[in-house]
Design a protein around this ligand. Structure first.
Ligand code: ATP
Ligand code: MG
Length: 550
């Protein structure tokens, strides 16, 4: 199911009309945090267009804000793009690689009297800029001579001034209805270490200036960004027109991905990490790519998700369930089946001798024979899940209850004869009889119908594991919408993590590995936790539950 993608049509037309011989796109993250699912949409779009049309997609770090950027982020971003299955080949770039060229273009603009050094301070700059209803006012420094500007800019570069003392601005139009055209800043002084250029520069180009020029240097054909940059496009075009760049890239905007029950902003995700509200950027509840990877999502599910949601111009809010549906479809295909009892209650089969151990077989996947078989052991003591027994059930409860029968998946039908309880009345043990003729799905002797099938594991032939269940990170669909000005963090779901430290798993799970995905039958999809699982103590993450209705 593929939704429309208007950018694909534009690229197709541009190639058909021979406007370009080859499409060149780029994914331009700022290395100031870990990538999230929204970025995944942009990655699939940019790399996808290049792949579909025999072009190339660059990975370019937009590293123009040295204060917030870090190599940790540079590395995680590369790992995330690779995990999604995309390859930038040799085309790994940094805006900081172009600082010298961008500087020279800025000097050219000054020479053409299209840029000037302004010495208003931050609050004056804001005041002079006006707002949507009030036009801006010309800076008192707007008419500095070219010579004076060249001298000041050179001295800014040489570190002679303090931060904020001067900025370089484009000379466009302070009365423009578009605020972005009111003599936007081109350069500011920042005396900080840059993750790539060290202390070589103390002036840094603004994103809006560096971005179109970087695109032009790399001869990007379609510079794709999110809708909030629509009003920045005239300035993008101004930069391309007024600097002697080697190519004329065009900017196109699409609607960013917003999803229910999530926040999708690196700045906000950083707060959750810094304030220890999650276990880190790769917490399986986080909407980061490293989070969903640890949670067990596969890249193929993300590709399918990108296809299903499409690319449009109108803002929309995508239901988190659409992503989960893609994840389930993908995992259903690849997951090895197993039985796991998360909240065990002991069942003693009274008509089996002590030490009885019968080997049973089950398929690893209901459709994929090539995935082979698993061995189960039917023993005198087994575990079933607490929730599969009710002493006094409603009429529509078809699992185990006193005096009733249920089928144990891949094994036999059992009947519950007696319920043992502790002094508080809590059920501690069920005494049951098994029906030998009902092995592996066979009917009862009189052919009576057994409606319920439940999962189980042998109490003596099982392994213990920790299982982590995850709920939504936020408890409301639109966590950023806090009308009373409350912090979005107050919408965090306090019950988003449940740790089950003593789950019982069938013995085939001894060989569970990090590459495979598992379906714990009747429970959900699981994977080993990449950080905390150890051979001596397996730790599983629930990737997603089974679709509702199971
Ligand atoms: P954030 O607000 O989360 O920090 P950003 O846009 O500032 O995101 P960048 O590193 O600048 O993050 O983004 C890199 C690319 O990813 C940009 O082209 C941006 O448009 C795109 N992108 C960011 N968020 C989304 C989103 N939610 N949906 C689609 N694309 C996105
Ligand atoms: Mg940004």
């Amino acid at each position: 199911m593929e939704a429309p993608n208007f950018l694909k049509q534009i690229v197709e037309k541009d190639l058909e009309s021979k406007k370009y011989a080859k499409v060149i796109t780029r994914f331009p993250p700022e290395p100031n945090g870990y990538l999230h699912i929204g970025h995944a949409k942009s990655i699939c779009l940019n790399f996808g267009l290049a792949n579909d049309f025999g072009g190339q997609c660059h990975l370019r770090f937009d590293d123009t804000n040295p204060e917030t950027e870090d190599v940790e982020y540079v590395e995680s971003i590369q790992a995330d793009v690779k995990w999604l299955g995309f390859d930038w080949n040799k085309n790994l770039f940094y805006a900081s690689d172009y600082f010298q060229q961008i500087y020279e273009w800025a000097v050219d603009l000054i020479k053409k009297d299209k840029a000037y050094v302004c010495s208003l301070d931050e609050s004056e700059l804001r005041e002079y800029r006006g707002n949507f209803t009030t036009p801006g006012k010309d800076s008192p420094h707007r008419n500095r001579t070219v010579t004076e500007n060249l001298d000041l800019f050179e001295r800014m570069k040489n570190g002679e001034f303090a931060e904020g003392e001067h900025v370089l601005r484009a000379k466009i139009d302070m009365k423009s209805p578009n605020m972005n055209m009111r003599d936007p800043l081109l350069y500011r002084i920042r005396k900080v270490h840059h993750h790539k250029t060290g202390n070589q520069w103390c002036i840094y180009p603004m994103y809006d200036f560096a971005h179109p020029l970087s695109d032009a240097i790399e001869k990007i054909t379609h510079s794709i960004c999110t809708l909030e940059f629509q009003d920045h496009r005239p300035f993008y075009d101004w930069c391309i027109e007024n600097c002697s760049v080697p190519a004329q890239p065009k900017q196109y905007e699409f609607a960013r991905l917003n999803m229910t029950f999530l926040v999708m902003s690196k700045r906000k995700l950083l707060q959750l990490v810094k304030e220890n509200l999650v276990m880190g950027w790769d917490d399986p509840r986080m909407p980061t790519i490293s989070g969903i990877r640890r949670r067990g999502y596969m890249p193929e599910a993300m590709h399918e998700f990108a296809k299903r949601i499409g690319v449009a111009k109108a803002e929309s809010l995508i239901d988190f369930e659409i992503l989960e549906a893609c994840v389930r479809d993908d995992l259903d295909q690849r997951s090895i089946r197993a039985m796991a009892v998360l909240r065990p209650i002991k069942v003693v089969i009274s008509n089996l001798p002590e030490g009885h151990k019968e080997e049973l077989e089950a398929s690893a996947h209901p459709k994929k024979v090539e995935l082979g078989k698993r061995k189960l052991f039917f023993t005198k003591e087994i575990f079933i899940d607490e929730s599969d027994f009710k002493e006094n059930p409603e009429s529509d409860f078809f699992r185990l209850s006193l005096g009733k029968e249920v089928r144990l998946r891949n094994a036999y039908v059992i009947r519950c004869d007696e319920v043992k309880k502790d002094s508080t009345g809590k059920v501690t043990e069920l005494i049951c009889t098994y029906l030998p003729e009902t092995k592996a799905g066979k009917p009862t002797a009189d052919g009576r119908k057994i409606k319920g099938i439940i999962h189980w594991v042998s109490a003596t032939e099982c392994i213990n594991a920790e299982v982590r269940l995850y709920g939504r990170l936020f408890s409301v669909a639109d966590p950023e919408n806090t009308p009373d000005g409350k912090d979005f963090k107050q919408n965090l779901n306090q019950n988003s993590l449940t740790v089950i430290s003593n789950a019982k798993l069938e013995p085939s799970m001894t060989v569970a590995n990090h590459e495979n995905r598992y379906q714990f039958e009747r429970v959900g999809y699981f994977c080993l936790d990449s950080k905390d699982s150890k051979p001596e103590k397996l730790v599983f993450n629930m990737t997603v539950d089974l679709a509702t209705g199971h």
